[in-house]
Design a binder for this molecule. Sequence first.
Ligand code: IPE
Ligand code: IPE
Ligand code: MG
Length: 246
Amino acid sequence: MDLKNQINKDKLPQHIAIIMDGNGRWAKKQGLIRTKGHEQGENSVRETVEICREIGIKNLTLFAFSTENWNRPKYEVNTLMRLLVKSLKKEIESFQKNDIRLNAIGNLDLLPEKPKKELLEAIKDTKDNKHMTLTVALSYGSREEIVSAVRKIVEKTTSGELNGSKITEQTIDEHLYTSDIPDVDLLIRTSGEERISNFLLWQIAYAELYFTEVLWPDFTKEDLLKAVINYQNRERRFGKTSEQIN
Ligand code: IPE
Ligand code: IPE
Ligand code: MG
């Protein structure tokens, strides 16, 4: 695989986040029902996890289901939940073998009993794995996450545990679902849509955005490598001038 040699190991993004979009359109193009696209998308998840781990990415976050996705037809929501349980069961062995820690962000209390239980178990079983943290964003909405952080902070200021005038950016960070993972360096969205759809609004403040027309079920290891190479060829200035950086 030639693209892999082009990766600069010293300039890897610490955290890649992906909005896995286009499953429905992929299925429609093949004359299949939408949920077949979600089934097919699982292969892309597996390939993406594998290649990220292989090149040494420490944090990978996948947007699997948004708070807004609860409004989809009941059949589609149920199928997605069923697929989640099935794929967790299937993947747990490979997470252990590859030293991958599973993590989840979102309002997990909204999940049905069985998927929630399977998910929490898989998280517990892999909690000591160190090579890579794979976070699934499930029933996740960034605004909901920010509201929940604000609530926790207000509770602490009311009880006197926290002094309101001492609230910093770090305080906010620490109360988000992502408190134990670094900010996103590279955000990828598939399927040609160029929007954020309520994903990690705070955490992408300085992320590099990468949009590709490829539909999620067609997304391969090569596509992931292309995105990383593209990222590595950008100049991240964080508000400074180019001269200051070089
Ligand atoms: C992404 O694919 C998966 C989820 C949002 C769960 P979509 O289901 O949004 O596919 P399109 O955008 O309709 O093609
Ligand atoms: C975003 O995709 C959510 C996930 C990929 C899980 P959507 O397909 O739900 O986003 P919109 O509705 O097109 O913005
Ligand atoms: Mg979509």
